[in-house]
Design a protein around this ligand. Structure first.
Ligand SMILES: Cc1ncc(COP(=O)(O)O)c(C=O)c1O
Length: 370
């Protein structure tokens, strides 16, 4: 990346490091040089190697991993694949990506089940709120609890392990959207024990675009049917039924494996600590600027590496454009009425100097206008 450009938008899309780009290029070149079945056979082995790496990364078995195209597809494979009908209920929080919110609601109309929504207050009210709210909301009809591990809107951290345990005790399936957690935290699915967990390579893992993951716990594999039926499934476990998505971009899938190796080389704990350190510095800086209202809770138990705030009365679109044009800072905007503002999501490739630049640029525009 150009040294003068500071993009802090990991919750949306991350750059891939050189070993990932090289693996994608090397394998793509190989495939295009000789696209015969004979030459491409090794790509299938590469795909299975990524499945094994991912299983190790998440501390589960390769038989429980489906390589999808992204989190959206993985979330929808679950909401379309479960046998839900009239009388059944799905429980969600109000703050979810459309693939884990709207998707449930639209399919409820088609399949006849209902969706109950627990309002998620701002600021983050603490882990106990989420646990108590779910304990109260579960009814004998509740079949699924679906939530985001870390929300990508304002970075609320949800007590995923506790929620999965509670749901399991009450006979409710859990689907955890890990799009903003995989590649940031050392996600341990063996400890969390969700039924389904989803993620994207192109976000925090810094992998190639259009590769994702669906984890399906062995104990619930009998509950899910494939929504896409086509050729070229995976070789083992649940991938044999859920991963028959037709011709794939195997070089990208192989690149995902490289991204996981890259993270392991740096150290997953170190990555999380670094991202958190950068986010905490942003929070500390923004708190000192008059008129800035943080939507993200500063407590590291309630947020990690997504920092969203309302910049007073400044127009967020104009502010983001000015940051990019004048200060070479990339961020995301939140328009509309739900916690509008600017979102910074720093990751391991950002620096403290970039954080300082972002804080001083926001301070400048808050004083002078855009
Ligand atoms: C929490 C969450 N879930 C799902 C998605 C969808 O990810 P993708 O676009 O990779 O399918 C996103 C993307 O921003 C997200 O933040």
């Amino acid at each position: 990346m150009p040294p003068e450009l500071a993009v802090m938008n990991a919750a949306n899309l991350c750059p891939s490091p050189a070993p990932v780009l090289e693996a994608v290029y090397r394998n793509t070149k190989d495939m295009d040089y000789d696209p015969s079945f004979e030459n491409r056979e090794k790509m299938q082995e590469g795909k299975e190697a990524t499945r094994r790496l991912l299983a190790q990364f998440l501390r589960v078995t390769a038989e429980e991993i489906v390589l999808t195209r992204n989190t959206s597809e993985a979330n929808n494979l679950v909401s379309s694949g479960l046998d839900l009908k009239t009388g059944d209920e799905v429980l969600i929080f109000s703050d979810n990506h459309p693939s884990n919110g709207e998707a449930w609601k639209q399919k409820a109309k088609r399949f006849g089940y209902t969706v109950s929504v627990i309002e998620q207050p701002n600021p983050h009210p603490g882990a106990a709120f989420f646990i108590e709210a779910v304990a109260k909301a579960i009814t004998p009809r509740t079949r699924v609890l679906a939530f985001s591990h870390q929300t990508s809107t304002v970075g609320d951290l949800l007590p995923a392990t506790e929620l999965c345990r509670l749901a399991q005790e009450r006979g409710v399936l859990t689907m955890v959207d890990g799009a903003s957690a995989l590649g940031l935290f050392d996600v341990d699915l063996h400890a969390m024990r969700p039924d389904f967990y989803t993620g994207s390579a192109h976000k925090w893992p810094c992998g190639p675009k259009e590769v994702g993951l669906l984890y399906v716990n062995a104990r619930v594999q009998h509950t899910i049917q494939p929504s896409v039926i086509s050729a070229y499934p995976g070789a083992i476990g649940i991938s044999r039924t859920l991963e028959a998505l037709g011709q794939r971009d195997e070089p990208a899938i192989i690149g995902f494996g490289e991204a996981l190796k890259f993270q392991e080389q740096i150290g997953r704990r170190a990555i999380e600590m670094r991202s958190r350190e950068l986010a905490q510095a942003l929070i500390a800086g923004f708190r000192k600027i008059d008129g800035v209202h943080l939507w993200t809770h500063p407590d590291p138990a309630r947020s990690a590496s997504v920092v969203t705030f309302r910049p007073g009365t400044l127009d967020v679109r104009k502010l983001a454009a000015a940051l990019y044009r004048n200060d070479r800072i990339g961020c995301a905007t939140r328009t509309g009425t739900d916690r509008p503002g600017i979102r910074f999501s720093p990751h391991l490739y950002n620096t403290m100097a970039e954080v300082d630049r972002a804080v001083s640029a926001i301070g400048k525009y808050m004083r002078q206008g855009v």
